[in-house]
Design a protein around this ligand. Sequence first.
Ligand code: F6R
Length: 243
Amino acid sequence: YADSEQASVAVARQIAQLIAQRAAEQRPCVLGLATGSTPTRLYEELVRLHREEGVSFRHVVTFNLDEYFPMPPDSLQSYVRFMHEYLFDHLDIPAGQIHIPDGTVPQEQVAEFCRRYEEQIREAGGIDLQILGIGRTGHIGFNEPGSGANSRTRLITLDHITRTDAASDFYGEENVPRRAITMGVGTILEARQVALLAWGEGKAAVVKRMVEGEMTDSVPATYLQKHPNVQVVLDEAAGAELT
Ligand code: F6R
């Protein structure tokens, strides 16, 4: 796309079509969602489609990719707070259909929480469309380098580069949590459809590695090459290094 504006509007339209299609089949639409700067325009457009064009989210079920750990939900940097501010508070989605990894679970219960998160995805019928951003380390969700293709929802240690990139949100790198709960690469690959979004020249090098590089756990996003139904949605700057 010429720019992230046009790209975001196109992805929002695609989500609205998917919701309509699932409604026609009388089945809930299960969306996997990301946070960060990349999907904010997409979420704004979904809110507009709801307000101005009557798109209803009453039968939509959502699963977010990740959350910092530990992280209270009302904290400024919490992904729970982010999702409510940008999206959920402005839609008609029932609260019980929203799932976000819980950054307040006691550490000894995290493994059980992650197992249950995977089970909830399965019980919902699996993810119809997973929205992804990409980190400069090649992470999807918070699957940092070293994450294997079969990894599942779990507690992970964040890469130094990821913590540097988050530093401004936390008023200094020393305040960025060292860990996060994330869906695994294997969890993401089970979605029926994936749309990975990337904007700006800062993502161009990692986009090239993801699309044209060899599949490797040092760039976990390369595992998307195995997925039968994945779109990589780019603005011109993010696609500039593709051959
Ligand atoms: C966020 C997530 C991350 C981000 C990635 C890019 O839920 O899973 O993988 O998508 O770090 O972040 P932004 O969009 O801020 O460049």
